[in-house]
Design a binder for this molecule. Sequence first.
Ligand code: NAP
Length: 245
Amino acid sequence: MALEGRNAVVTGGGRGLGRSIAVVLAAHGAAVAVWDLNAENAAETVAEIQAAGGKAVAITADVSDSGAVAAAAATSRADLGPVTVLVNNAGISNYVPFAELTENQWDRMIDVNLKSQFLVTQAFLGDMLEAGWGRIVNISSSSAQTGAPSMAHYAASKGGVIGFTKALAIELAATGITVNNVPPGFVDTPLLREGFDVPEVAKRLPMKRPGRPEDIAHAVAYLASAEASYVTGQTLSVNGGRYLV
Ligand code: NAP
C-alpha cells in the first residue's frame, strides 16, 4: 500500500484514532499534515512520525470553523504541496438523554462531526481534481448503524457522514477520487475512556477485546491506497463483529 509522493491531511490527528492513522499513513510513505485543536498533541504525533523517519507537520485548527479550515488548508499546501489524501477523523462525543438535549449541544455536535467534513473536503477538492486522483476517508461510527441511547445528536451527525460519503462518492466517481467511510466500533482511545469502563464493556464484545487504534488505521490506509481504486461510497465497518451487515 505505497503512499510515497502523496500528501495527506488527518484531522484530529493529535491523539486517539487520528494519531494512529497519521502514523500508519506516514509509515506507508505519505507526508502528513496533522491537524488538531490541541497544538501540543499534534506536535507529539509529528515527533513520533519523524522519529520513525517519516515526514509530517503539525497544524492547529478548529475544523468546525470555516476561516480556520481555509487557513489550515493554505498552510498545509504551502508546507507539503497539493493534498490528495484526506482523512476526516476529528470528532467529539457525549451522552445526553434526548429530553435534555439543548439546541447548542445539537448544533455543536453537527458542526464538529459533520459540517467539518464538508468544509475540509471542499478545501482540498481542487487539489484532487487537478491531480485526477484523490482519496477521502471519513470516520463515522457504529452508533449510526445500531443507534445508541443518549446519543441521538451523535448518531445523527455520524449518520450524516455516511450519507455525505455516498452522495459525494457518486458525484466524484468519474474523477479518480474515491470517498469511503469507516465506522469504528469500540476502540480504546482517550475519547472512549471518558465515557466507558473499557475492560468491562470489552467482555461483552464478540472478540472480547476493544478495537485498537491501529485496527482502524490499517483499514484507512487501504482505502487511501492505489489498490483501493475501485472501492467508493462504501462503509468499511471495523468493529470486531459488533455490528454485521
Ligand atoms: P479522541 O481521542 O477524542 O480524539 C479526537 C481528536 O480530535 C482529539 O485530538 C481532539 O482534540 C480532536 N478534535 C476534536 N474536536 C476538534 C475540532 N473541532 N477541530 C480539530 N480537532 C478536533 O477521539 P477518538 O476516539 O480517537 O475518535 C476519533 C474519531 O472516531 C471521532 O470522529 C469519533 O467520533 C470516531 N469514533 C470513535 C470511536 C471509538 O470507539 N473511539 C467509535 C466510533 C467513532 P482535543 O483533544 O483538543 O479535543
